[in-house]
Design a binder for this molecule. Structure first.
Ligand code: DON
Length: 305
């Protein structure tokens, strides 16, 4: 396995020359575009690494999967889906358009920014501090890493430039999809996006989803089987934004990308894969990361279809 990962890394390194590191959140511009890291953790808890697996970056939209799991554990699923839909949007991740044109005005799904802001608002806790603490605890549990925390420089940068998210959140509040204080919801959303992780953390989250919510390291259940199925289903249908269809055809693995350059992939019953490559295509997906997953899927026969 180590050999395959190294070969896949070497043969795809050239793709780090394509695309751009995200710049709309200024702090993200500091990433090194030629970094590339792959980590696989299989269901027997073997860890395989190649390239920049220790490099820290922010989780960004990959957080949407974990917060969705939390929202589904904190609330009845029927209630969650009364506030956010189950369908791919076909639009960019930060699109505001369908919040007006959809019949219901409900955000299409929890993997786009509008839907994720709603799932963030469904995290339970009597104060913002309590919600933040619970959220961080859950991320640490999913990644089996007590050291996970927030990158405050990225958080400040998100907050300074997050007016589009702010606009969506106020619209969602106006239309009854968010209860409570909008600024507090946004605060938590900016923080969840700014959580700092590495490719190993992503692989660990991926394998815990692949094992239907059971921590493969100690057999403890973290999330229910049905929640883990829902999260992976959203990863397949919406995880790579408006490139999810193409990714499902070419790679065939549930995956979620983030503009920090990470992709978390989860191969049911087999393994979790974390990939890091910060140069992105126009849709916000890591170019080298997608190529790596395509090769891994082919070479190890991982396509779930
Ligand atoms: O809210 C935002 O725009 C970012 N914090 C997260 C977006 C993101 O990662 C989209 N990913 N491809």
């Amino acid at each position: 396995m180590e050999k395959i990962i190294q070969e896949v890394l070497d043969s795809n390194r050239k793709y780090t020359n394509y695309g751009q590191v995200a710049s709309y959140i200024p702090e993200l511009k500091k990433a090194k575009r030629d970094d590339l890291g792959i980590c696989i953790i299989d269901k027997d808890n073997n860890v395989y690494k190649a390239g920049n697996c220790d490099t820290k970056f922010t989780i960004q939209s990959v957080s949407k999967t974990i917060v969705l799991a939390m929202a589904l554990m904190d609330n009845e699923w029927q209630y969650v889906f009364s506030k956010v839909g189950m369908e791919p949007s076909g639009d960019p991740f930060n699109s505001i358009m369908k919040l007006e044109t959809n019949d219901t005005k409900k955000p299409c799904n929890p993997m786009i920014n509008a839907g994720a802001i709603v799932t963030t608002s469904l995290i339970k806790g009597s104060t913002l501090e309590e919600r933040e603490e619970r959220m961080l605890k859950f991320f640490r549990r999913m990644a089996r890493n007590e050291n996970i925390g927030i990158n405050y420089d990225v958080y400040k940068s998100e907050k300074m430039t997050g007016d589009r998210n702010r606009a969506m959140a106020y619209l969602l509040k106006n239309d009854g999809f968010i209860d409570g204080d909008v600024d507090e919801v946004l605060e938590l959303y900016f923080k969840q996006c700014s959580i700092e992780i590495d490719a190993v953390d992503l692989a660990r989250i991926g394998v815990n989803l692949a094992s239907y919510g059971v921590d493969i390291a100690n057999g403890e259940r973290i999330i229910s089987e049905s929640v883990s199925r829902m999260v992976k289903t959203f990863m397949i249908t919406c995880g790579m934004y408006d490139a999810s269809g193409e990714f499902a055809i070419k790679v065939g693995i549930p995956a979620k990308s983030g503009v920090g350059g990470g992709i978390m992939a989860s191969v049911p019953n087999k393994m979790g894969i974390g990939v890091y490559g910060p140069a992105l295509d126009k849709k916000g997906n890591s170019i080298a990361g997608v190529k790596v997953l395509q090769d891994l899927s082919q070479r190890m026969n991982l396509n779930i279809f």
